[in-house]
Design a protein. Structure first.
Ligand SMILES: Nc1ncnc2c1ncn2[C@@H]1O[C@H](COP(=O)(O)OP(=O)(O)OP(=O)(O)O)[C@@H](O)[C@H]1O
Ligand SMILES: [Mg+2]
Lengths: 259, 265
């Protein structure tokens, strides 16, 4: 208990210091300057009351959810297949590793051009989702690939030894053995997605937290910019702790937490 | 081939039929264009129901030989047969027990032991699993996960998992290497007891000469790489065996002589 309290108090030290310095640096600023903490807080209440905050948050989370889930749905099986079949890995891994370092932002013109026309959803949703997909797909594929590739040989041999092969082996040995590393990859990818969605919403969209930051900047309401940044931080934190919780719960259910 | 399904054969009536025949086995690994010649013309007959130990210097190819006998590795040349059938791939008829425990950390003790049992009704499976849990003395731990068990207990789970599929042959590759000294003694006693009650053919690989003499009916001594079997010693000492015993020390001495090791420090 005292340990927890201590962690909490120490954690507040960093925040306290940051807010303090921020406050001093922005003393006497108005809404068109970099905002002080009180101005930011008032702005936060304003955009929450006007409903802008909620609709923009929902728009961003919606895009991340779609892009991320699609990337996981395609990326995990693909990565596992790469990790399992050597010819497949040799055929596709160089390509994956080549595309992976391209910043998702650099893809933006391409996604807007190719799928920005709104065939199914709103046009701006589709290209943002495609961007999230691209930015989380490569880390997920890479994590799943290396997870399967690095499974301890004795587990595979045990499985063969007991006559467990094929899909049965995939379900009972390969997936559970690779799961911890895949989950870590998912968590990483979700973090990247959240960073990317805000950037993606800066251009050519009408909703989202990135849009909110941009529009506030154009209106010289830097207090609203600050408020949106606070919201971005909090939601990023929530997403990450959600993934961390999922990771721990999955491992704990399999008794693998205390390794 | 009849197996030991219903009535485990005692050791006393073990026929001296050859169970595993290794003849003229060569094994060369090719890595990055370089050939590593590991096994060089290995001949070895392992008898039905016996406990055979293979000792040799570190890196000489003991594990490689065992992997070949289990069907995990293919031979460069030569022949290994079990009951007259060439070994081509792994089979539940001969189960491998790994050095660092090979049980699955994501399965409970119960699921681990039932791993190789295939499709059968829950009741049947439960009966078999519980029988082997009892055999290795892990009653009450069936729901535990490996992470919650001690090293010795994990090794017991591994033995139970291997025995549950009723193999004819157990391959033991330094199964006690990762255990502390006390647990190791306990587990050696345990494996002898299991061997005596089930009558399996056991092939143990170790670099611990004392362990080999303590456990085995016969000890095969391997040379350095490229390795061959230098000599197979009979070990007729009655069980339980005492390492301080005169006869025990003599056999140990002879093995060290063959290995060419000066063991006084
Ligand atoms: N898959 C492999 N590829 C290339 N070389 C290998 C492979 N497996 C084993 N070797 C080589 O074969 C030799 C024998 O290895 P092995 O594991 O059989 O020795 P060992 O007698 O079991 O040793 P230890 O007592 O240390 O367990 C080693 O030199 C090792 O480097
Ligand atoms: Mg070895």
């Amino acid at each position: 208990m005292t340990g927890k309290l201590q962690t909490l108090l120490l954690g507040c030290v960093g925040f306290g210091l940051f807010v303090g310095l921020w406050w001093i640096a922005t003393l006497g600023h108005s809404v068109s300057d970099p905002p002080s903490p009180p101005l930011t807080f008032t702005a936060l209440l304003e955009i929450a009351a006007s409903g802008e905050l909620w609709s923009n948050t929902i728009a961003s989370v919606f895009r991340v959810a779609w892009g991320f889930v699609l990337a996981a749905a395609v990326g995990i099986p693909f990565g596992i297949a790469l990790g399992w079949y050597d010819p497949l890995r040799r055929a596709f891994n160089p390509l994956v590793q080549c595309l992976r370092p391209i910043s998702p932002i650099a893809w933006m013109p391409v996604t807007v051009l190719v799928i920005g026309n709104g065939y199914v959803l709103n046009g701006d949703d589709e290209s943002a989702i495609a961007l999230i997909f691209l930015s989380s797909f490569f880390p997920i594929v890479t994590a799943s690939n290396s997870a399967v590739n690095s499974i301890d040989r004795k587990f595979l041999r045990s499985s063969q030894n007991f006559g467990v092969g094929g899909l049965d082996m995939l379900r009972r040995v390969i997936l559970p053995a690779a799961m911890p590393q895949i989950l870590t990859g998912l968590r990483l990818a979700l973090g990247i997605s959240w960073v990317v969605v805000v950037a993606a919403e800066m251009i050519g969209v009408q909703h989202g937290l990135g849009f909110q930051v941009n529009i506030a900047r154009q209106q010289l309401r830097y207090d609203h910019v600050g408020a949106a940044m606070v919201v971005i931080a909090v939601i990023g934190l929530l997403l990450d702790s959600f993934m961390a919780r999922l990771e721990r719960a999955t491992l704990a259910r399999r008794g693998m937490l205390s390794r | 081939m009849t197996s030991t399904h219903d009535a485990p054969a005692g050791t006393d009536n073990a026929a001296h039929a050859v169970k595993i025949a290794v003849s003229g086995v060569h094994k060369t690994f090719s890595k990055a264009g370089e050939d590593v010649h590991v096994l060089d013309d290995v001949d070895l007959d392992i008898r039905e129901g016996e406990f055979l130990a293979i000792v040799g210097p570190s890196g000489c190819g003991k594990s490689t030989l065992l992997n070949c006998m289990a069907g995990f590795e293919t031979l460069t040349s030569g022949r290994i047969t079990i009951d007259g059938e060439p070994v081509r791939k792994p089979s539940p008829k001969r189960v491998f027990v790994f050095q660092e425990t090979g049980i699955f950390p994501w399965f409970s003790v119960w699921d681990n032991i039932g791993f190789g049992l295939g499709k059968m009704s829950f009741d049947k499976k439960h009966e078999i699993v519980m029988r082997y849990i009892e055999l290795v003395g892990l009653q009450g731990f069936e729901k535990a996960f490996p992470a919650e068990l001690s090293g010795g207990m994990k090794q017991r789970v591994e033995f139970a998992r291997a025995l549950a599929v009723e193999p004819d042959v157990l391959y033991l590759d330094e199964p006690f290497g990762a255990l502390d000294a006390f647990t190791r003694i306990e587990m050696r006693r345990e494996i002898v007891r299991i061997w005596q009650t089930t009558g399996k053919t056991c092939v143990l690989v170790t670099h611990d000469v004392e362990e080999a003499v303590e456990l085995a009916d016969r000890v095969a001594v391997m040379t350095r790489r490229p390795a061959t079997i230098q000599e197979v010693l009979d070990n007729p000492l009655p069980r339980p065996r005492d390492p301080d015993d005169r006869g025990f020390r003599d056999i140990k001495e002879r093995i060290f002589d063959i290995l060419g090791v000066e063991r006084r420090v």
